[in-house]
Design a binder for this molecule. Structure first.
Ligand SMILES: CC(C)(COP(=O)(O)OP(=O)(O)OC[C@H]1O[C@@H](n2cnc3c(N)ncnc32)[C@H](O)[C@@H]1OP(=O)(O)O)[C@@H](O)C(=O)NCCC(=O)NCCS
Length: 404
C-alpha cells in the first residue's frame, strides 16, 4: 500500500559544530586583505575549524545524538539512514555504517552514503520522502545526516569560505516542523567543472567565479521546473513567505535572491527590500559557522526556524539546494502547527554558544596536522576534546577508531 496521502517532512533537526572557530576579520588581517572584503564583500563573519578528532563521522554522530535527545526519538524507530557528504573518510565504507554502530541503530535498517558535492544531503532527504511515500518505511522514520569539513588551500580565494559541521534531519510521516511536498520539486543538472576534489587531494579544487555562475544558472533552471510543476498540481508558487538558499557564503544568498526576483519579474531594489524579511533570518547560523557543504541549506533552515518558527506556523518556505558538478533542486515546505514551542525545545542554536575562538597560528597548525591525522595510531591521540562528544581517535590496523 502506498502512503501518498501522508504528510511527509522534516520532523526534527539538530546541528553539531566543531569547538573552534576563526574570526574572519582576523584571517583578513593575516592575509593582507581589508576585513570589509570578507565581512561585507563575502558576507561571512566566522568559520568553524575542525580539529582532527572532529571528523565528519564524529560531527554526524554528535548531531544525531543531539537530535534523538532533544526531540525524544527512539533509535529503534529508524529504518533508513542516508548520510550526505563530500568529505567522507573512506572510499568504500560509508559514514552511515559508522553512524549505525555509534548510535546503536537496529540491524533491520538500510544505511548508505550519498555523494554529489553539496547536493548529497538533499538527495538523501528526497529519497527518504519517497521511501516513506512508497510504503517501504512501514511506520519507521528516516535519519538523513549532512556532514562535511569544507577546506580550501591556505591563502587561496576560497579560504574565507571554509567551515565545518553536521545537520541531522529526522524524516517522518507526521512531521512536527516542516511538511514537504512529495512529487512537487524542480530538478536541474549539467556537467560542469566548477568545483571538485580529486581522490588524491584533501583540499577542494574550485573555479570560484564559474561556480557562482553555475549556482545562479542552476537556481534559474530548478526554480523554473518547480514553478511549472507547482502550477500543474494547482499550487501557487508565489505563496512563499521565506526563502532558504544553499549558503557557501552569505553574499551568494543575496545574489541568489536578486536572481530569483529577476526571474519572477522584480527589480533588484524590490529584491533587496524583501531580503531582510524573506532571507536574512536564515543567514545567522551560516554566518557563525561558514560553509558546511551538504548541510548548508539545512543550517539555513535551522537558523530560520530558530528565529521565527512560531510566527511562521502555517507559512510556506522555499528551499534551494545546489551541488557543484552540478545538480540542484527547488522545493518547498509548510511550517507545522506547534513548530514554535517544539523548536524552542530543540534549542537549535545551543551548539554555537559553547565554542572557542582560535588564534591564526592555532588554526594553521590544525590545518597542517589534519593532513596526517588519518594515519595517526589511535594510541597516540591526546587531543580528543570534551568527554561527552564522539571523537575520532586514530587508526588501528587501517581501522578507524572512535570514542563513543
Ligand atoms: C566566492 C569567491 C569566488 C570570491 O573570490 P574573490 O575573487 O577573492 O572575491 P571577489 O574579488 O569576487 O570579491 C568578492 C566580493 O567582495 C567585494 N569586495 C572586494 N573588496 C571589498 C572591500 N574592500 N570592501 C567590501 N567589499 C569588497 C567584491 O566587490 C565582491 O562583491 P560582488 O561579488 O558583489 O561583486 C571565492 O571565495 C571562492 O572561490 N569561494 C569558494 C567557492 C564557492 O563558495 N562557490 C560558491 C558556489 S557553490
Amino acid at each position: 500500500m502506498k502512503d501518498q496521502d501522508l504528510s511527509i517532512g522534516i520532523d526534527a533537526l539538530a546541528i553539531a559544530v566543531p569547538e573552534g572557530f576563526v574570526e574572519l576579520a582576523d584571517l583578513a588581517v593575516a592575509r593582507g586583505v581589508p576585513p570589509a572584503k570578507y565581512v561585507e564583500g563575502l558576507g561571512v563573519r566566522r568559520m568553524a575549524v575542525a580539529k582532527p578528532h572532529e571528523d565528519p563521522v564524529a560531527l554526524a554522530a554528535d548531531a544525531s545524538r543531539r537530535l534523538f535527545r532533544t526531540a525524544d526519538v527512539d533509535p529503534s524507530s529508524i529504518g533508513l539512514v542516508v548520510v550526505g557528504t563530500e568529505t567522507a573518510v573512506d572510499h568504500s565504507k560509508p559514514v552511515a555504517a559508522y553512524l549505525h554502530g555509534l548510535l546503536g541503530l537496529p540491524s533491520r535498517c538500510r544505511v548508505y552514503e550519498a555523494k554529489h558535492a553539496c547536493f548529497g544531503g538533499t538527495a538523501g532527504l528526497l529519497t527518504a520522502m519517497d521511501w516513506i511515500a512508497s510504503g517501504s518505511a512501514r511506520g519507521r522514520s528516516a535519519l538523513v545526516v549532512c556532514t562535511d569539513i569544507a577546506r580550501y588551500a591556505l591563502g587561496s580565494a576560497g579560504e574565507p569560505t571554509q567551515g565545518a559541521g553536521a545537520v541531522a534531519l529526522l524524516v517522518t510521516s507526521s512531521p512536527r516542523l516542516l511538511a514537504l511536498e512529495p512529487g512537487v520539486t524542480g530538478s536541474y543538472a549539467r556537467d560542469v567543472a566548477d568545483f571538485w576534489r580529486p581522490l588524491y587531494k584533501k583540499d577542494a579544487v574550485v573555479d570560484g567565479h564559474l561556480s557562482v555562475q553555475c549556482y545562479l544558472d542552476a537556481l534559474a533552471g530548478a526554480y523554473d521546473a518547480w514553478e511549472e510543476t507547482s502550477r500543474e498540481v494547482g499550487q501557487d508558487p508565489d505563496d512563499v513567505v521565506r526563502r532558504c538558499y544553499h549558503v557557501p557564503y552569505g553574499k551568494l544568498a543575496r545574489k541568489a535572491h536578486r536572481h530569483l526576483a529577476a526571474l519572477r519579474g522584480f527589480a533588484d531594489a524590490e529584491a533587496d527590500a524583501s531580503f531582510d524579511i524573506e532571507v536574512a533570518p536564515s543567514l545567522r547560523f551560516p554566518s557563525e559557522v561558514g560553509n558546511v557543504y551538504t548541510g548548508s541549506l539545512y543550517l539555513a533552515l535551522a537558523s530560520l526556524l530558530d528565529a521565527e518558527a512560531e510566527q511562521l506556523e502555517g507559512g510556506r518556505v522555499g528551499l534551494f539546494s545546489y551541488g557543484s558538478g552540478c545538480c540542484a533542486e527547488y522545493f518547498a515546505g509548510r511550517v507545522q502547527p506547534g513548530a514554535g514551542p517544539f523548536t524552542e525545545k530543540l534549542a537549535l542554536g545551543a551548539p554555537l554558544a559553547a565554542r572557542k575562538r582560535l588564534e591564526l597560528p592555532e588554526y594553521e597548525a590544525i590545518r597542517r596536522g589534519d593532513v596526517e591525522a588519518d594515519q595517526r595510531p589511535a594510541a597516540a591521540t591526546d587531543d580528543a576534546g570534551a568527554l561527552e562528544r564522539v571523537a575520532f581517535l586514530g587508526v588501528d590496523s587501517d581501522r578507524r577508531v572512535y570514542r563513543a
